[in-house]
Every structure is written in structure tokens, then in C-alpha cells.
Design a protein around this ligand. Structure first.
Ligand code: NAP
Length: 254
């Protein structure tokens, strides 16, 4: 007796903000190997975005790169519009784009830096979550992962307390939005990385920061971006179908 082929399973379509470098790039490559098609957002580094997109396509996924500053409403709307037009209805969002500003005490931090960190890390996450909430509630399914930080509970004194505050806000947003969207079939979680070896520390002014911090990390080393990508990929997957409103700390014991 011939057995009909089951209907082909639709591939997830996931928007990753800040997908050009670091944790976001590792996440794009990991999700591609897990079967997602990807809309890769970035703000300035086109070369890095195209390099990551090539790795994603090598893994067999479709990928569209979109230059989009997450702190700008029109850019966020364009990112989601292009994702839907080119790849299909968006089923996943990774709110990964984030900035710290220069390392230093709050007393020495400029208003421009405070405003930029708030705009990208909080307003940007809100704008992306708002659009995803509209799109996903319309289809009755979806998953959002916000990339928070262990800084949300450690506070980052002397380094960037303003950054830590935005990450604590992202954790609160994760809890509240998970309750708001749970009845619509949309899961919302966060991953809180510890000290991860990426460009972020050089951008903040100390290229060796992740390694000099190793002594204070119970596992004795900084994390690698693929170790965060694995947690994000799990939270987006069906394996985490009953997980919502959680902040998963991936910080080597810190
Ligand atoms: P990274 O290496 O500095 O990469 C930052 C990424 O974000 C880049 O792809 C960058 O795009 C993008 N980006 C920055 N501002 C943006 C904006 N306004 N709009 C869109 N994209 C923007 O940083 P990372 O270490 O991978 O950090 C990724 C996330 O993890 C951040 O949310 C960060 O707070 C969080 N995190 C990092 C660590 C760590 O130790 N590294 C620890 C805890 C949490 P371009 O390439 O175009 O510049």
C-alpha cells in the first residue's frame, strides 16, 4: 500500500538583529543548520553581514541581509517587511543587537552615550518585540528570544551600569510580554550571557576584557559565541515548547 508523503514541514523564518558579528553571527549560522531561513539585520558592517550570510547559505538556508538600525522605527518595520516578503511569515525573532558605550563610571559617561545605549538596548528591543507581537499573534504562533546579559543582575559597577540597567529592563519585558502573548501561542524568553569573547569588549575600549575576567568566572574562561547561540536555538525550538517567560543564564557560573 502506498503511503502518502506527509505535507512538507514549513521552514521557520527568523529575524536576527545584529546578525553580522559576534553572538548574532554565531546564532545565524546555528539556526541555519537547524533549518531556519534568516533575515539578518545589521547597522553598519556590510562586509561582516555578507560574510555571515554566505556561511548561512552554505548551511543550506535562505538569507536576506537588511541594514536596519533597531532604534529607528522605520528601519525595524522595513526589516520585518523584507523578511516577510522575501522569506514568508516571520515565526521567530532574536533581539540580539546591543551596545555598551565606552567602559567607565556613570559619573564620567556622556548623555549621548546613555541615550544611545537606552535607544538600542531598550527602545530597539521594544520596537522589534512590538512588530513581532503583531505579526505572530496574527498567525497564532511564534517565539522571541531577547539577548540580555548577566550584567542585569551583577550591575557592572565601574564598567557600564547604564548598560546593565537596560538588560534588567529587557528581562522585565521578557516576563511581562510572555504573559501577554502566551494566550496567543507566542513564547518569549531571554538568554543572559556572561563574559563572551566577541568584538564588543574592544569596542568598549578593552580588547582583553573577556580574558582578564576569566579569574572571576567559576568555569575559568570566557564563553564563546556558539555557546550562546546553542541556548538561543534551543529556546526557539519545539524542544522548548513549554518554556516561556524565562531568563536562561549562560555565564560559566557567574
Ligand atoms: P558585537 O560583537 O559588538 O556585535 C554587535 C552586533 O550588533 C553587530 O552585529 C552590530 O552590527 C549590531 N548592532 C549594534 N548596534 C545596532 C543597531 N543599532 N541596530 C542593529 N544592529 C546593531 O556584540 P556581541 O558581543 O555579539 O553582543 C551581542 C548581544 O549580546 C548584545 O545584546 C550584548 O549586549 C549581548 N551580550 C554580550 C556579552 C559579551 O560578553 N560579548 C555579554 C552579555 C550580553 P554591525 O556589525 O553592523 O556593527
Amino acid at each position: 500500500m502506498a503511503i502518502d508523503d506527509p505535507a512538507p514541514r514549513l521552514r521557520p523564518v527568523t529575524v536576527v538583529t545584529g546578525g553580522s558579528r559576534g553572538i548574532g553571527a554565531a546564532t545565524c549560522v546555528r539556526l541555519a543548520s537547524d533549518g531556519h531561513d534568516l533575515a539578518l539585520g545589521y547597522v553598519s558592517d556590510t562586509e561582516a553581514a555578507e560574510r555571515t550570510a554566505a556561511a548561512v547559505r552554505d548551511a543550506g538556508a535562505r538569507c536576506v541581509t537588511v541594514r536596519a538600525d533597531t532604534s529607528v522605527e522605520a528601519d525595524v518595520e522595513r526589516l520585518f517587511d523584507i523578511a516577510a516578503d522575501r522569506l514568508g511569515p516571520v515565526t521567530g525573532l532574536v533581539n540580539n543587537a546591543g551596545v555598551t558605550g565606552p567602559l567607565g563610571r556613570l559619573a564620567d559617561t556622556s548623555t549621548d552615550t546613555l541615550r544611545r545605549v537606552l535607544d538600542v538596548n531598550l527602545l530597539g528591543v521594544l520596537l522589534c518585540c512590538r512588530r513581532a507581537a503583531k505579526d505572530m499573534t496574527a498567525t497564532g504562533a511564534g517565539a522571541i528570544v531577547n539577548v540580555s546579559s548577566a550584567a542585569a543582575t551583577l550591575g557592572s559597577p565601574g564598567d557600564f551600569v547604564h548598560y546593565a540597567a537596560t538588560k534588567a529592563a529587557a528581562d522585565a519585558l521578557t516576563v511581562g510580554l510572555s504573559k501577554e502573548l502566551g494566550p496567543d501561542g507566542v513564547r518569549v524568553n531571554a538568554v543572559a550571557p556572561g563574559m563572551i569573547d566577541t568584538d564588543m569588549h574592544a569596542t568598549a575600549g578593552d580588547p582583553n576584557r573577556a580574558h582578564t575576567a576569566a579569574a572571576g568566572i567559576p568555569l575559568g574562561r570566557p564563553g564563546a559565541a556558539p555557546e550562546i547561540a546553542a541556548a538561543i536555538a534551543w529556546l526557539l525550538s519545539d524542544e522548548a515548547s513549554y518554556v516561556t517567560g524565562t531568563v536562561l543564564r549562560v555565564a560559566g557560573g557567574r
